[in-house]
Design a protein around this ligand. Structure first.
Ligand code: C2O
Ligand code: CU
Length: 488
């Protein structure tokens, strides 16, 4: 067995590690090089295994993790829009796994949902994922099997699909944000799936990393234009980034282009969400600025520092070039002919407080059955009143292929939930009854407590698709459903 622990460079394509200051290599996946059948030169091999990673930087001991390609994050896969991608995943973990291509509109059989779209990959086994990257944008990959632990231990990586005609920037940088719960010895705490995490805010960690390391200052040159691709790979933490003096212009959300606009307040990313920003670095050489994560009130902290080098400015005025991305080939929902459904998200600790004092301590709840879902009665999360106990479910909705659907989403809980739909992107039409300004395309919508939203999409991808909360503990504790797009 050949296990390649690191990015491979072979004829025709390159995998690059995502580094905070990496420039974009000219990375190309030529058309027609991916071949069906055996592992060939056009394939990417991705090994999931147990490794260590320098999460705490070079001066602290490495941390035991589970990761792809021997590192956190896993290798950056970069292709061009329209290219075909074939990734052979080998499982070197002590348990079954799968890989889901978050946000990519893949055929159902390539979606990486255990038992629903494929048999899980057994330890020692492998699976070939093969699909075409129809949409340009910022995506990521992660297991869908026991993801609250597998993603939580470090199994994830970026998938960047470059535009055929990219916008002009000086640097294209990806930041995968994550947090970890480290114990006193600096290792990952072993309490995955604790009742507290499952029923409340999810597994929020105590150590935040960018691209698998506690953040180092982010060096920039005065005058340069940076495209910053933010990916939130955390199990449960929501980020709200304040760029201070720097104007953060949002050009894409969840990989999909949006009319360029300044972030209103902080740049908010729930788990699994992506935002592409344009930053023009117009301050003085040698100056320094903090980027503050101020999402949780009272728990604000400086995420990292923007450190201008002493180099003379690249230019004195911001680059005059369009930052508007071309739209991806998505079918626009035809609202006139739409069918409507309501989807209500419920449950959680607050939902049952009146019901009998079960907050008295975790001792009452036990740990049995926490692994795959199925909390004690009354403790779980629900979608339309149903608590999922696995990935194979009676569909909550069955849609005819090609129909436009509007979903009225209601968060009937006291908690935030990033709700993700597989296989499709949807437009966010309104929030709390107020139309959104940009009708943004998303694949994950962050729902504040007790709020509503209207989303719309054309059900054009046949199959059974997961629709779930991406706080991975909520998902495991039942906040998950399937939507079937029927072929006839
Ligand atoms: Cu990123 Cu169903 O997940
Ligand atoms: Cu949730």
């Amino acid at each position: 067995m050949q296990l390649k622990a690191h990015a491979l460079t072979r004829r025709g394509f390159i995998l690059t590690g995502a580094a905070a200051v990496a420039t974009t290599a000219a990375v190309v996946w030529p058309r027609g090089t991916a071949r069906p059948g055996a592992i060939g030169p056009g394939d990417v091999r991705l090994v999931a295994g147990r490794n260590t990673a320098p999460l705490l930087g070079p001066f602290r001991p490495d941390v035991d993790v589970w990761s792809f390609g021997g590192r956190v994050p896993g290798p950056e896969i970069r292709v061009r829009q329209g290219d075909r991608l074939r990734v052979v995943v080998e499982n070197d973990l002590p348990e079954e796994t799968t890989v889901h291509w978050h946000g990519v509109r893949v055929p159902n059989a390539m979606d990486g949902v255990p038992h629903l779209t494929q048999a899980p990959i057994k330890p020692g086994g492998s699976f070939a994922y093969d699909f075409t990257a129809h949409d340009a944008g910022t995506f990521w990959y992660h297991p869908h099997q026991r993801s609250f632990e597998q993603v939580g231990r470090g199994l994830y990586g970026p998938l960047i699909v470059e535009e055929r005609q990219p916008i002009r920037v000086d640097r294209d940088v990806s930041w995968i944000l994550d947090d970890w719960r480290l114990d006193g010895s600096g290792q990952i705490s072993d309490d995955f799936g604790s009742p507290h995490d499952m029923t409340m805010s999810g597994g929020v960690g105590n150590t935040v990393t960018i691209n698998g390391s506690v953040p180092q200052p982010f060096e920039v040159r005065a005058g340069e234009r940076i495209r910053l691709r933010l990916i939130n790979a955390a199990n449960a933490r929501i980020f709200g980034l304040d760029f201070g003096k720097h104007i953060a212009r949002i050009i894409a959300m969840d990989g999909q282009p949006v009319a360029p606009h300044e972030a209103a307040g902080t740049v908010v990313l729930g788990p699994a969400m992506r935002i592409d920003l344009i930053l023009d670095m117009m301050e003085e050489p040698g100056s320094r600025f903090e980027i503050v994560d101020s999402f949780y009130k009272g728990l604000e902290y400086p995420l990292t520092t923007i450190a201008y080098t002493e180099a003379s400015p690249l230019r004195r005025e911001p680059l005059q070039a369009s930052i508007e991305l071309r739209p991806n080939p998505l079918d626009d929902p035809d609202l006139g002919g739409a069918e409507r459904h309501e989807v209500v998200f419920g449950g959680g600790m607050m939902g049952m407080m009146g019901g009998g004092g079960m907050m008295g301590g975790s001792g009452m709840m036990g740990r049995g059955g926490m692994g795959g879902g199925g909390m004690m009665r009354g403790m779980a999360w629900t979608v339309n009143g149903v608590t999922a106990t696995g990935h194979v479910l009676e569909p909550a909705l069955t849609l005819a292929r090609g129909r436009t659907v509007v979903l009225d989403l209601k968060n009937d809980t006291a908690w935030w939930h990033p709700i993700h739909l597989h296989g499709h992107s949807f437009r966010v039409l309104s929030r709390n009854g107020r139309p959104t300004r940009h009708r943004e395309w998303q694949d994950t919508i962050l729902m504040p407590p007790n709020e509503t939203a209207e989303i719309a999409f054309v059900a054009d991808n046949p199959g059974d698709w997961m629709f779930h909360c991406h706080i991975l503990e909520h998902q495991a504790a039942g906040m998950m459903a399937t939507i079937r797009v029927a072929n006839s």
